[in-house]
Design a protein around this ligand. Structure first.
Ligand SMILES: Cc1cc2nc3c(=O)[nH]c(=O)nc-3n(C[C@H](O)[C@H](O)[C@H](O)COP(=O)(O)O)c2cc1C
Length: 144
């Protein structure tokens, strides 16, 4: 398998509510599990940051399906490449609501990985985005 990870950021459609996020997650969970995709989807401050891991062709096809989804816009690839191992292997897609985290924790995490106070994933470098998502995953694993 050409194990590959793609990380992209996008702008969430205004007025996205919890029900819509849950619906995305249900689709993602079913489809990704069947296709061997793992990953994490972080939503906050009106933006998405998502990592998709799996076979290269499957990741590419999925990303191309996600791009035209009207629930977001400005999909921008931050990092893409072959990987040795998965970083989010236990989740077919883990949803993390950044706005639900305690403010101090969120600010510290965002500040450490982007040097700015607010979550602006479109402004992150690929390395920053990956380090941010890895630490978010650590926090989630600890809380589980
Ligand atoms: C931010 C965001 C992340 C998404 N992540 C996934 C995902 O990981 N897997 C997936 O199958 N669909 C995901 N979707 C939904 C797809 O865009 C699409 O609606 C779904 O795959 C159904 O595609 P289809 O209508 O072509 O069958 C996501 C949508 C958004 C807005």
């Amino acid at each position: 398998m050409n194990l590959t990870r793609l990380i992209y950021a996008s702008v969430a459609r205004t007025g996205m509510d919890y029900a819509e996020l849950t619906s995305i997650l249900r689709t993602a969970g079913e489809h990704n599990a069947a296709q061997g995709i793992t990953g994490i989807l972080c939503v906050g401050n009106g933006a998405f940051l998502q990592a998709l891991e799996g076979d290269r062709d499957v990741v590419n096809r999925l990303y191309n399906r996600i791009i035209p989804d009207p629930r977001h816009s400005q999909c921008t690839i931050l990092r893409y490449g072959r990987i040795v191992s998965r970083s989010f292997n236990e989740w077919s897609m883990k949803l993390v609501g950044l706005d639900d985290q305690p403010t101090a924790n969120r600010r510290a995490l965002v500040l450490r990985h982007s040097g700015r106070a607010d979550f602006e994933p479109l402004e992150m470098s690929g390395a920053q985005a990956f380090a941010f998502l890895e630490e978010l995953a650590l926090v989630e694993r600890r809380a589980a």
